[in-house]
Design a protein around this ligand. Structure first.
Ligand code: SF4
Length: 357
């Protein structure tokens, strides 16, 4: 198979076979000078995922060695993510790889899309110049996507296969790859492996910690729903009306409220009206997501993830301003502008206050 193709889609089984055929050992990959470029690109994949939610351009080369080194950057990145073993990093990296694949599929022909789909376990074929996938796969990977565009009834079906545009087909595959990577990582790593990449792991861990820090433990003051972004207003209103909320929505509103400092009991109350409300189960889930002093605390998803999950809704001018990448960022901006509004009259008063004689 063409090595350039595998360098663009290094998660394919054929890419692993290429690595095996070249007898590259993990030891060599992590320490031999011949693989320096793979290590550099592998680390860059992870940094790009953290900074830009994509993994950068693959080299456009006809040279098999260059392409093999690029293919090898994928396992390097997976090793680095596994050594850091942070749930936020795993999710972000998985999404970045999946988004990059989808972007590359936009210019790929139908054969490549079918090949990628089959590799991801999605049963697909070409149906009179349209791509189609089995309805079970469609339902599985679109369950978190909201909107009528993703409802099965709004698609033409032929013998159990759903006909999809190229764009939609790619979007479903993005979800499939993201879920697959999230499921696979972190891989078990030995002390030797951690030792071989310790410098890069320390650097990445530091960036992850800074990003996490940015998103949590911030003084948002009193929680005010008027400062909520449209997505969170919608989720709150769904909860109040007792409308059934997708899992991604429950996760998002729970992490959002927890980061704003709402206590677990109050977050649980948010779900009281839910048709399937089960107090002990809800308490357990909320405590699990928020850490509640016992363990890992999950972060509120970024806007890109909210969009991927189909729960970025009713975007307003601030959302569209280009300044907002996170629902908490939206809340922060609103908090700052309301603080400014409060401060302004005080300043005016100071100016107008009579000076002592
Ligand atoms: S852009 Fe972000 S903040 Fe605005 S509605 Fe979408 S997810 Fe929420």
């Amino acid at each position: 198979m063409e090595t350039h193709h595998l360098s663009r889609y290094p998660f394919l089984k054929a890419a692993s076979e290429l690595v095996r055929a070249n007898s590259v050992s993990l030891d060599d990959l992590l320490s031999h000078p011949a693989y320096e470029e793979s290590r550099r690109r592998g680390k860059q994949r992870v940094l790009d995922a953290l900074n830009d939610l994509k993994v950068g351009q693959a080299p456009s080369s006809a040279d098999d060695v260059t392409n093999l080194l690029e293919v090898l950057s994928y396992p390097v990145a997976r090793v680095l993510v596994s050594c850091v073993a942070d749930e936020f990093l795993v999710r972000r990296y998985a999404l970045a790889e999946a988004k990059t694949m989808n972007e590359r599929l936009e210019t790929a022909d139908f054969d490549v899309m079918i090949e990628v789909a089959e590799d991801l376990g999605v049963s697909a074929h070409l149906e009179s110049d349209m791509l189609s996938m089995h309805f079970c796969d469609f339902l599985r990977y679109t369950s978190g996507l909201r909107g009528k565009d993703w409802k099965l009834v709004n698609h033409e079906m032929r013998k159990g296969y759903v006909l999809l545009s190229k764009k939609k087909f790619g979007r479903v595959l993005e979800q499939a790859l993201s879920e697959r990577i999230e499921m696979e990582l972190p891989l078990p790593v030995t002390d030797d492996i951690i030792g071989a990449v310790s410098k890069d792991v320390a650097e990445i861990s530091e960036i992850v910690a800074q990003l996490r820090e940015k998103m949590r433990d911030q003084d948002f003051g009193e929680i005010t729903i008027t400062k909520f972004p449209p997505c969170m207003k919608k989720l709150t209103s769904m909860a109040e009306k007792g409308e059934n909320m997708p899992h991604a929505g429950r996760f998002a509103i729970t992490t959002f409220l927890s980061t704003l400092g709402m206590p677990v009991d109050d977050i649980v109350k948010t779900f009281f009206s839910s048709p399937d409300f089960d107090n002990s189960m809800t308490v357990y889930q909320v405590r699990h997501i928020t850490g509640d002093g016992m363990g890992k605390r999950y972060s509120c998803p970024e806007c890109a993830t909210m969009r991927t999950n189909g729960i970025c809704v009713d975007m307003d001018d601030l959302c569209r301003s280009g300044r907002i990448r996170h629902p908490l960022g939206y809340y922060r901006v609103k908090t700052m502008s309301s603080k400014r509004r409060k401060d302004e009259p005080e300043k005016e008063q100071k100016v107008e206050a009579p000076r002592p004689a």
